[in-house]
Write a protein that binds this ligand. Structure first.
Ligand SMILES: [Zn+2]
Ligand SMILES: [Zn+2]
Length: 281
């Protein structure tokens, strides 16, 4: 892949309409859309996709809510710029409160990724925040309406599981939960695709399950690959499907690999610490 290809592929923010949650999705649309990685899974500096799970290969910066890959992070540190965000050059926050203030600033600017990030903090009561599930649900809902896929994913669980979940303030509504996962899946959210595959598998719809898992496998999702492998071992799908999955997974992985990222892996393994403000999900 040439650098000009990368520049052309470097994604720009997309905001979807506010009534997205009301729209149901046809089976055809569900299976034919969302086969490519969404913008949130690309490093904004090198413009290459980040390997899944992205939280293990990138750092989500609270200043700009961009996931900077470890390769670009290392390059910035080696250039003596370790105290600045490699993307937007904001000084690194020196406390949890300062980090939260940066996220809040992005929330005030209606950045859906920041809303989703703040919701995650309220869900677990992290970085000095009091756990507040209703606040998290409100923030995820706002973020989902602005197109944040992780927010859809979390709302999927909140509604699907309802009162039986730690997010117990939500009344159970399985159909609504599934709709949230579907809306994320058609935009390329691999984890939502994986959940939908599992639901089909549980319902005995093996062929649909494999179709879902195949899509997320080809984005580089190892869990989905393992599901296809298990289904093959147990006779629920064919050897050729498993071979297709393996090949697709490998190709996705190769697209995320660069010399710089390989060097960063060794660099951080050797005790150099990268900042862990937040992970990339
Ligand atoms: Zn990068
Ligand atoms: Zn930044």
């Amino acid at each position: 892949m040439s650098s000009s290809d990368n520049a052309a592929r470097c994604p720009s923010p997309v905001v979807s309409s506010a009534d997205v949650l009301l729209v149901s999705i046809s089976q055809e649309e569900l299976m034919n859309s969302g086969h490519a990685m969404p913008e949130g899974k690309f490093c904004p500096i090198c413009c290459l996709p980040i390997a899944l799970p992205t939280g293990q290969h990138s750092v989500l910066k609270p200043c700009c809510t961009k996931p900077v890959c470890h390769g670009c992070l290392m390059a910035s540190e080696l250039a003596g710029m370790g105290d600045l965000c490699p993307y937007c050059r904001t000084p690194r926050p020196d406390s949890s409160a300062a980090g939260l203030a940066l996220i809040q600033k992005r929330v005030d600017a209606r950045d859906p990724a920041a809303m989703s990030l703040l919701a995650d903090e309220y869900q677990f009561g992290t970085h000095g925040l009091q756990k507040n599930i209703p606040r998290a649900i409100k923030l995820w809902t706002d973020a989902a309406q602005l197109g944040d896929l992780g927010a859809h994913f979390n709302l999927g669980y909140a509604y699907y599981l309802g009162g039986s979940h730690s997010m117990g303030t939500v009344e159970q509504d399985k159909a609504k939960g599934i709709l949230h996962w579907q809306h994320a899946a058609i935009k390329g959210h691999h984890a939502s695709r994986f959940v939908l595959g599992n639901l089909e598998f549980d319902d005995g719809n093996d062929e649909l399950a494999v179709q879902h898992f195949m899509i997320s496998t080809k984005m580089g999702d190892e869990d989905s690959l393992n599901m296809i492998k298990d289904m093959f071992m147990e006779g629920f799908t064919t050897r050729s499907k498993y071979a297709e999955a393996l090949k697709g997974y490998q190709r996705a992985l190769e697209e995320t690999e660069t010399t710089q990222r390989a060097e960063a892996k060794a660099y951080y393994k050797n005790g150099n610490d990268h900042d862990e403000d937040n992970n990339g999900g």
